[in-house]
Each structure stands twice: as C-alpha cells, then as structure tokens.
Design a binder for this molecule. Sequence first.
Ligand code: ATP
Ligand code: MG
Length: 560
Amino acid sequence: MSEITDIKPSNFIRHIIDADMTENKYGGRFQTRFPPEPNGYLHIGHAKSICLNFGLAMDYKGLCNLRFDDTNPQKEENEFVDAIKTDVNWLGFEFEKNLHYASSYFEQLYIYATQLIKQGDAYVCDLSAEETREYRGTLTDPGKNSPYRERSIKENLELFKRMREGDFEDGSRLLRAKIDMTSANINLRDPAIYRIRRDVVHHQTGTAWSIYPMYDYAHCLSDAIEGVTHSLCTLEFEDHRPLYDWFLRTLKTEHHPKQIEFSRLNLQYTITSKRKLTKVVEGNFVDGWNDPRMPTITGMRRRGYPAAALREFCLRIGVTKADNSVEMDILESCIRENLNENSPRAMAVLDPLKVVISNYPEDKTEQLTAPNHPQNESMGTREVPFSKTLYIDKSDFREEANNKFKRLVKDKEVRLRNAYVIRCDEVIKDEHGEVVELRCSYDPATLGVNPEDRKVKGVIHWVSAKHGIPAEIRVFDRLFSHPHPDTDKDVDDFTAHLNPDSLMTLTHSIVEPSVAKAASNFVYQFEREGYFCADSELSSAGNLVFNRTITLRDTWVKKS
Ligand code: ATP
Ligand code: MG
C-alpha cells in the first residue's frame, strides 16, 4: 500500500519490538491483531489501534489479523461485523487473508477448558450471581473460597459437559479458573471462564453452543492460537495481564504473546467509547452510527474526512502510556491540510442575495474558465457560467462599511471570483427594510485582468442564478459542548452535555452546476466557505444535500 506513509515514529512499543527482534525472541516473527468486539461501530479511538497494529505489521514485515472477539452473542450482530470490515478497509488496511473470529476457536477453547479441569485448575461453581459477588471480596477485603471449589475433577468434567449440552439454566452455573481468592488483583480471584447462554443465537455459530467463553479467557487463547507475538491493547487491560499470562502459562500453549498496553485515545468535545456511543444512537440524539457528527469512522467518512487524514492524525498523536485528552484542533488540522491540497475548488452561495447586472445582456451566457486549484495546475480547469442575474452571499454586502470590509459596498467595487469587477449602484429593499436585491454594473474590460492592474478591495464568490442548482447544506458544530463530556463529575449523564445546536440546516443555498454530479463523500472547497461533500444518504440528483466537512480555518470559539 504505497499511499500509506512510511514515516516510522519512535515510541515505547517499537523499542520493545526492536529489542525482541534483536534477541530473536519469536524466531524473528512479528504478528499483531486488531480485535474488535462486534457490538458497535468503530470510532476514532479504534482508528488509533488499527493504524498502530496494521502499521507495525507493515513496518516489521509481519502480519496483522483482524479478529472479531465475538464471545458475547447477546450484544453482537452481523451488521457490526460488516461495518467493521468496511471501516478497516476504508482506512487503507487489508485483512482479507487474515480474517478470524474467536468463535471459530470455540471447540479448541472448550478443549482447553477441559484441560484446565483435568489439571485441577478450573471448577464448576453453582453460586448465584449475587453470591459470587459477595464471595469475591472488594479492593480492600480478600475474597472467600466458593463451597464448590473442591469438587472432584470427575464431577467438574461431567457438569461442564452437561453445561455444554444445555442441561442447566442460564446463570445457574459457571466454569471458573481456580487461582487465588485472596489475590490483591481481583481479576485473579477465580474468574469466570464459561457462562451458560442457552437461548441466544450467535451471529457466527448459530445455536451450536449453550455456553460461551468469557472475554479474558478467549482473548489470550485466541492470540496464542493465531501465533500473535505482540498483543497490543489499551491501559484498562493492564490489571488483566496477570490473568492473560496465567491462562497461557497454565495451559502451556505453544505461543505466548506479549501483552503491551498503551493509552486510549480520548478526543475533546466527543466520546470514544462504544458503549456510550450506543447510548447516543439509541437515544436518537443523532441520526444513526454514521451521522456526520459522530466520532465513528463511518460518520467521519460520510462527513468527508479523508482516510489519509485520519491515518496522519493517528501518527501525529503518537503512542504512549500517559492518559490524556487530545485537542480537536489536531484532528481538524490534519483534515484541513489534506483537503486544502486535494480538494478542487468550486463556488456555492450559502445565503443568497440576488444581484442583477444592469449593463449585461438579457439572454447572454458566458462560460468562464476557472482553475480547480489555485496552486496545483494538474487539477485542471472548469467552466463556470456567467449571466445577468447572479447570487452572492448576504454577508458579502453592506450598505455602508469601513475600509476593513473587503467585500461589496453600495457605490463601491468588488471583484467576482474568476469573473468581472462589479459596482453596486442600487439597493432594493422589501417592505420590512430588508435588502432583497442589488443592481450592479460590470466592467467588461476586467475579465482575466491582472488584479494588480485593476485594484479593487476584495474578491467574493457568486453563482449564476439561471445555472446554479439549489442545495441544502448541513453545517455541523461540536457534538458535545463540554471538552470532557463523559468525565465531568457535575452531571450524572454525559448526554446532558450534548450540544443542542450541533446541526444547522441551510435550505436556500445555490451551488455552481459543476458540483451537481459530485460523488458522495467527494470533497470540494466551496471558495471562502469551507469544505463540503454531497451526503451519501440524503443527496440525489434532484435534491442536492451537502455536508460541511470542515471550515476553512478554526472558527470554533472555545466554550468551556
Ligand atoms: P469501548 O470501550 O469504546 O466500547 P472497546 O475497547 O470495548 O471500546 P473493542 O471492540 O474491544 O472496543 O476494541 C477493539 C480494540 O480497539 C481493542 O484492542 C481496544 O483496546 C482498542 N480501542 C478501543 N477504544 C480505543 C481508544 N479509545 N483508543 C485506542 N484504542 C482503543
Ligand atoms: Mg473492549
């Protein structure tokens, strides 16, 4: 994949890998995995993990598996499996030959569990959920041994087999690892390894199983089965590492991957937790997982964020062990830099004001030539129709203004982008005193004239009324009005911080005809207004709907 940058940032994970490679620790092999649970859509935090895992595999000439950690059928769906695959591909990574499901190891995981029982390292426990919690103890108090802990191996094997066969009710029994109920690390207090779920249908295995392995058990073993060398995960799994290692050591697996934790990406003014994003979607605060305001990869794609810009962002924020919150500006700079370079220019008037050029012939249309990019000539030119009646943006006109206002003023001149210099001769108002039309005159000698030779104050954009196409434009603000919506102690529920004004719709905008056939997600710079793309769900040939991907500059006023 040549388009993926080959900059290799230094970080603590690379130092560990370099040392392991030097010592030839895994026989020179390098293998990672990206292990999503298919219970929601991927967000920008996952992009960090994807870029890290797939990126390292490319750099160290190794392998990265996409593995679905699908051990909880109640919350998982095929819709999420498909969306995750689409998103990983779109981000620029290939996994087709390295696609796995923890659920395809269920038989092997069952065999491992019976091995644990035979070794005296696991037992079937009949405590209720509540009793199990009581016996577990707390951070300050040790736990107590379950009365079922000393069951015979024979009885455990028999009961575990019957759990599999569906003889027992959900919640009535667990298979637990026999470790240490007094451990300071609660994860080692005889954690559950299998639970009974008789009546759920798993998206991959259907109704084949009545029992499902717990995440901590399935995850490390799936890594080992695949031969992962470095298992990278986020810091919340640090306390689980002793358990990760316990399973692999106790089962003497052929491979024993090294778990390394790094800090999660937190991004200001939004949230990067699937569970919380599910709440935003299910509460109908947005229009689905792919709403352009969402920090999901699918939402960002629909909004017009380029995949390369997201990869660049993941590179810039780096990988550390320090928990922090990344400023939105960093993401937005990556988006702007990419779009400034790659987006063709076009003109659109968001809030139209009619302009009639009094001295321009009634039926004439001229096709003026405009460059698609101010610096990059290879992006070519396009034709922009000019005629007697135009629209300019309301904010580009004032009846009176001081010298700082470099746009159109009554009795003064302005240059129309890619076209002529016009002068405003007359202002027409409605009965409420609102300006509804300008009568202007144009100077035919000013087309293509070097601006140095014909100085006017400013340049404004415009669209020919007869040729322009009406469009709806959706303008977005931050999804949350608090920089840390989910850690603010002052509110019980992070949804209290949702920004009620995060979506504004402009219904009277006019775009130049060349953008009418824009493919969805193809981003233009509408000159002086920002970057925009046709919405993949709402836009059609007869009903153009554009999303504002991002403003030209950071015009966001920090509210905190
Ligand atoms: P959430 O807690 O947001 O629901 P998750 O961790 O449960 O997310 P998984 O599907 O388990 O989501 O995550 C897949 C991988 O992505 C894991 O290795 C996880 O550590 C990593 N990951 C999840 N969120 C982030 C984040 N914000 N920053 C970096 N990596 C993340
Ligand atoms: Mg998780």
